[in-house]
Unconditional design. Structure first.
Length: 231
């Protein structure tokens, strides 16, 4: 019988916001016959989906198979670990489950369901191609990007500088300062007009935001993109 499956404490390593990450799983080895002897193989699967009711079989069949990194079973009672790699997304809860099989193979019942919610410790990459053709255009950074925040860095009534004043996006009709985004996709923000009586040129900086609310560095290395907003 499979004993309790645990998540090791110092297991999570995030190389980037939602790119391939690893988590270390820990459990106590069962035996070949109940809790005696040494089993032959392990099976482990994971999924972000919950088990519906008591239908564990459907969850197991649809889950991702851990095909690498599982050790060979050791003698019953031995603590064992495995490093699982996947494109784990911050803020999402993942579920892990195991079975143990002997040489026949006769397999154990399912282990307990171990869960882990990944936290996001790093900010997204910066937008590096923010530009204007009258509207703002850019490519969303890859990974855990759920929105783009735009900041109006300054107002230049003449159109040649210097940048002097600061305003929120109060003059943009139909959108907030939060612009929902699709990671890695091109995007565009058009302006419906300003509340000014004459054209005014503004400087814009965009920042990508992840599920944890962390902002990327400023777009284009902090250099504002100039846009003339018509009345």
């Amino acid at each position: 019988m499979m004993r309790k499956l645990l998540i090791a404490a110092a297991a999570l390593l995030l190389a980037a916001s939602t790119e391939a990450a690893t988590i270390t799983m820990q459990w106590t080895a069962p035996g070949d016959d109940g809790n005696v002897g040494t089993a032959t193989t392990y099976q482990m699967r994971w999924s972000a989906s919950p088990i519906v009711g008591t239908d564990t079989l459907s969850w197991w069949n649809a889950a991702f198979v851990v095909s690498t990194g599982l050790p060979a079973p050791m003698v019953a009672g031995t603590t064992q670990t495995a490093i699982v790699t996947g494109a784990f997304v911050a803020g999402v809860t993942y579920r892990f489950m195991m079975k143990t099989c002997d040489e026949v193979p006769n397999c154990s019942r399912y282990s307990n369901l171990a869960t882990k919610t990944f936290s996001d410790t790093l900010a997204p990459a910066a937008i590096m191609d923010l530009r204007s053709d009258g509207a703002l255009q850019w490519t969303n950074p890859p990974g855990d990007v759920v929105e783009i925040r735009f900041y109006v860095t300054a107002e230049d009534p003449v159109g040649v500088g210097p940048w002097t004043l600061h305003y929120p996006l109060f003059y943009v009709t139909g959108v907030d300062t939060l612009w929902r985004s699709i990671p890695g996709a091109p995007d565009r923000l058009a302006f419906a007009g300003s509340c000014r009586s004459a054209p005014v040129r503004y400087g814009f900086i965009g920042k990508a935001v992840n599920r944890a609310g962390r902002e990327s560095p400023p777009s284009n290395g902090g250099v504002p993109v100039s846009v003339a907003i018509m009345p």
